[in-house]
Design a protein around this ligand. Structure first.
Ligand SMILES: [Mg+2]
Length: 99
């Protein structure tokens, strides 16, 4: 089953330039709701941080939270990330491409 990996900062959550306030990225949330496979919400900020945002913004979606790691990328896996690692850049959708 294909996995959707969703980054948190400036992907699921979009911060204002001053870093003081944020908005939920509705396009990313909608994409997650339509996804048929597994979902990993992950962050360079760690497991707890990813989990906090997933609980807040993806209540109607089944997900697991994770710190960022180096996954074995399978055919069909998709990454949504504003700043992806090179290893999965080929399978990445930038959040602004979903609008
Ligand atoms: Mg990010």
């Amino acid at each position: 089953m294909a996995t959707l990996y969703i980054d948190v900062d400036d992907t699921l959550v979009v911060w204002t330039a001053d870093g003081e306030s944020w908005i939920a990225n509705k396009a990313v949330i909608e994409f997650a709701k339509q996804w048929k496979g597994d979902i990993v919400v992950w962050s360079g900020g760690g497991l707890d941080y990813a989990q906090m945002w997933a609980r807040r913004l993806l209540q109607s979606v089944k997900w697991v939270a994770s710190p960022k790691f180096n996954p074995v990328v399978k055919d069909g896996d998709v990454f949504i990330d504003d700043s992806p690692f090179k290893a999965w850049e080929h399978a990445t959708i930038r959040p602004w491409e979903l609008f």
